[in-house]
Design a protein around this ligand. Structure first.
Ligand code: SF4
Length: 383
């Protein structure tokens, strides 16, 4: 496995119903699923590249676990026919615990899926009710046990915290329930109110009182220290692994600006300098592929400044920080020469440190990720 191998992302744009806080592209029109799978198979064939070595495949969405095992089998087999898959390829499927019946995990494991990311969100029914999830804590527990029984030894959970009124005590209880399942990976996201979502409208109308900034910051710090005390590595702002080998190989490629291919409506691709993305419209996606046309909505070639900003933005999110040498290779300018004042300010506030040629945010600094990123971006644009 090489860090430079290509990652492959497949966007499955269906959900049983839309959650009120979610702004990912998906529709609840399941009758379009068969047509989507046909179009996806065509897209994979049209974008064939037997030279590129693929070592991670990620089925995201939407709700990829709405795909029947035989649909997953045909998609993976089409990928194998048109790309060069590494033998130890990490193949992850995002699972909504409310969608899986008996035998599902055994079948998908047989077809090659070797890692699951479960959209648990919480193991507390009250929180699940607020988020209008289709599953209960009990259903999530059953799905997790059934995945383990099927032999999955790479299990990740998505959890959401920072709901109105949430306290350290209630969040800790939720985390403890999750830890009883010994997940190899945890993604803990603070609830955000994205413009255009029903929950954002509720907030605007004053029907939801969000957590204040201080409580949100304290929950974020608590999450990090509590999970680290329980043996997890806080290796990216929202991600924790039960050891270095359990970090998401796929997501690390995004953070390291490694090329990736994205298939499906709204999916993005990146070849190292150019980014393109498909139409976020499953009908148009199908129409274009049925005519043998790639459903690309837009393409942009990153300028050197944009690449540098991405390196900063992505690097600051991770525990590895910004790789100063790699940055200087692209910028052709000394890092400290460019960012002397930013580094001084971050050091004075205990937001960052430089270790082994890497500029790394501290836990305190991670609370100010957006501020630090803008300080860097301003210097890059004005250099
Ligand atoms: S199931 Fe996931 S992708 Fe679908 S609406 Fe809910 S949060 Fe969004």
């Amino acid at each position: 496995m090489s860090e430079k191998n290509t990652a492959l992302y497949i966007h499955v744009p269906f959900c049983i119903k839309k959650c009120p806080y979610c702004d990912f592209y998906s529709v609840a029109t399941l009758s379009l699923k068969e047509r989507f799978v046909d179009a996806l198979l065509t897209e994979i064939s049209l974008r064939e590249d037997p030279q590129s070595a693929i070592d991670t495949i990620y089925f995201g969405g939407g709700t990829p676990s709405l795909l029947a095992p035989r649909e997953i089998e045909s998609i993976l087999s089409r990928v194998r026919d048109h790309f060069n898959l590494e033998t130890d390829c990490e193949i992850t499927l995002e699972v909504n615990p409310g969608t899986v019946g008996p035998g599902y995990f055994d079948e998908i494991r047989r077809f090659g899926v070797n890692r699951l990311n479960m959209g648990v969100q919480s193991l507390c029914d009250e929180k699940l009710g607020f988020m209008e999830r289709i599953h209960s804590a009990e259903t999530a527990g059953q799905a997790l046990r059934s995945a383990r029984r099927a032999g999955f030894d790479k299990l990740g959970f998505d959890l959401i915290f920072g709901l109105p009124g949430e306290t350290e005590t209630s969040w800790r209880k939720d985390l403890d329930r999750a830890l009883e399942f010994h997940p190899e990976h945890l993604s803990c996201y603070m609830l955000t109110y994205e413009p255009g979502t029903p929950m954002h409208n509720e907030l605007q109308a004053g029907r939801i009182s969000p957590l204040d900034d201080e409580s949100a910051a304290s929950l974020f710090k608590f999450t990090s220290t509590y999970l680290e005390a329980n043996g997890y590595l806080h290796y990216e702002i929202s991600n924790f692994a039960a050891g270095p080998g359990h970090r998401s190989r796929h997501n690390r490629k995004y953070w390291d600006l490694v090329p990736y291919l994205g298939f499906g409506p709204s999916a993005h691709s990146f070849d190292g300098s150019t980014r393109s993305w498909n139409h976020a419209d499953v009908r148009r996606y199908g129409d274009e592929l049925e005519q043998g046309v790639l459903p690309v909505a837009e393409t942009e070639t990153l300028t050197r400044e944009q690449v540098l900003i991405e390196m900063v933005m992505l690097g600051l999110r991770t525990s590895g920080g910004i790789d100063i040498k790699a940055f200087e290779k692209i910028s052709s300018q000394g890092f400290m020469e460019m960012f002397k004042e930013v580094a001084r300010e971050c050091a004075a506030r205990s937001w960052a440190m430089i270790v082994n040629h890497r500029f790394i945010l501290t836990l305190e600094g991670r609370l100010f990720l957006d501020t630090v990123t803008s300080l860097f971006a301003e210097k890059i644009w004005n250099r």
